[in-house]
Design a protein around this ligand. Structure first.
Ligand SMILES: NC(=O)c1ccc[n+]([C@@H]2O[C@H](COP(=O)([O-])OP(=O)(O)OC[C@H]3O[C@@H](n4cnc5c(N)ncnc54)[C@H](OP(=O)(O)O)[C@@H]3O)[C@@H](O)[C@H]2O)c1
Length: 316
């Protein structure tokens, strides 16, 4: 396994397990299987509504002597309706209780989007709160406090653009340690990656296999499919591995951290093994040419009429 290195010397296993859409009743087994297979990095979030079951699986694996807490890397995320600075501690304590942990390894601002306290998911513009009212800097100050009081070892953000990373860094003097964004061969995020590399901000790639199980209303007819790409198929043939393994190995070879989601033990094993597959310079170059700047998770679900969120504001 390769690792991503934090400034204080902490090491995050490059390949982790995604848990969005891993249903209750399924995710316990997926986490136990993963730990048995050798996964040590888990990507969680309040909004996935499965942290309690993940926590039980982790607790049982630890009490059964399969793994020690300090060998695990557990990430979770602050949800959009807890963005005010004074709300950060309550949010992380809730997640820690569900996960049965006393600290996280990494806590992220899930989206640069604010919702009213009582709204988990918006269906109308009035459910959203302007970033002028609750600023990202205010939210980031809350995150900094969580690191200072030891509730999380590292802090970062998700779905942040270059300008938003710059804004919170400049206003607080403290840079996010991680930016988790959608990243796969069709959305290589070259400009954002160059910026993050220059600022020593690490990157996690979500939906590294194209998120085929995302909600049907977020799947566009005729969208490009990673599993149908010829270059990925050719490299899989050359390396005698699967197409999914080519996508994941490419991400790890680039120094980023892919977090594929699976609840199937065979695919969990296949995905973990991808972290040890090397692509040649020529194969990496051919993968670079696959880029389409194509985003599967468009973020348009935040841009509701009557709010001041637009795609330009979200990604700009
Ligand atoms: N920060 C954010 O805003 C954000 C947004 C999206 C996702 N995420 C994180 O990133 C994780 C991964 O992204 P994702 O869940 O959207 O999608 P993904 O990992 O790209 O794709 C998941 C889909 O691929 C299937 N799959 C897994 N391994 C496979 C393999 N080897 N061959 C073929 N199919 C395979 C899964 O099915 P099976 O389960 O049946 O194997 C599932 O249908 C999430 O679970 C979440 O933790 C974060």
């Amino acid at each position: 396994m390769k690792y991503l290195n934090y400034a204080n010397g902490d090491k995050m296993p490059a390949l982790g397990l995604g848990t969005w859409k891993s249903a209750k009743g399924e995710v316990y087994k997926a986490v136990r299987d993963s730990i048995e297979l050798g996964y040590r990095h888990f990507d969680c979030a309040f909004l996935y509504f499965n942290e309690a079951e993940i926590g039980q699986a982790i607790a049982d694996a630890i009490s059964g002597g399969e793994v020690k807490r300090e060998e695990l890397w557990i990430t979770s995320k602050l949800w959009n309706n807890r963005h005010r600075k004074e709300q950060a501690e309550g949010a992380i304590l809730n997640t820690l209780k569900d996960l049965q942990l006393d600290y996280l390894d990494l806590y992220l601002i899930h989206w640069p989007v604010v919702l009213k306290d009582e709204i988990n998911y918006p269906t109308e513009g009035s459910h959203l709160v302007s970033l002028k009212e609750t600023t990202l800097t205010n939210t980031w100050e809350g995150m900094i406090g969580l690191k200072e009081n030891g509730l999380t070892k590292h802090i970062g953000v998700s779905n942040f653009s270059i300008s938003k990373l710059g804004e919170v860094s400049k206003n607080t003097g403290i840079k996010p340690e991680m930016n988790q964004v959608e990243m796969h061969p069709f959305l290589q995020q070259n400009e954002l990656k160059a910026y993050c590399d220059s600022q020593n901000i690490l990157m996690t790639g979500y939906s590294p296999l194209g998120s085929a199980d995302r909600p049907a209303n977020r799947i566009l007819e005729g969208e490009p499919k990673l599993f149908e790409n010829d270059t990925i198929a050719e490299i899989a043939y050359e390396l005698n591995c699967s197409k999914a393994q080519v996508m994941l190995a490419w991400a790890v070879n680039r120094g980023t951290s892919p977090i594929p989601k699976s609840v199937n033990k065979d695919r969990l094993k296949e995905n973990l093994e991808a972290a040890d597959i090397e692509l040649s310079d020529d194969q990496m170059q051919r993968m670079a040419n696959v880029n389409l700047n194509y985003r599967y998770i468009k973020g348009d679900f935040w841009c509701l009429e009557g709010s001041d969120y637009t795609l330009d504001i979200l990604w700009g």
